[in-house]
Design a binder for this molecule. Structure first.
Ligand code: SF4
Ligand code: SF4
Length: 73
């Protein structure tokens, strides 16, 4: 399993919701108009980091299993 830690900089976030639409794992949910990340669904594709127009998202990978390590390297 990929262990990802997703940070959203709320001061930068413009609430465009592109990350919500793009994420293949439905990590981002909207709660009271704010974007919240459910980290344990992340598959570390980094699409959200690329699509965010405000550079508000940071994805840090804590650990990979051997299977993921082989897949991504
Ligand atoms: S893509 Fe970036 S600016 Fe848009 S809602 Fe997501 S975090 Fe906020
Ligand atoms: S890295 Fe990929 S799977 Fe993880 S939150 Fe971003 S878009 Fe979703």
């Amino acid at each position: 399993m990929v262990k990802a830690r997703i940070s959203i900089d709320r001061a930068r976030c413009s609430l465009c919701y592109r990350c919500v639409e793009l994420c293949p794992s439905k990590v981002f949910i909207v709660v009271n108009k704010s974007v919240v990340a459910v980290d344990d669904r992340c598959v570390a594709c980094f699409g959200c980091v690329k699509v965010c127009p405000s550079n508000a998202i940071d994805v840090k990978i804590a650990s990979y299993s051997v299977v993921e390590y082989v897949r991504y390297n």
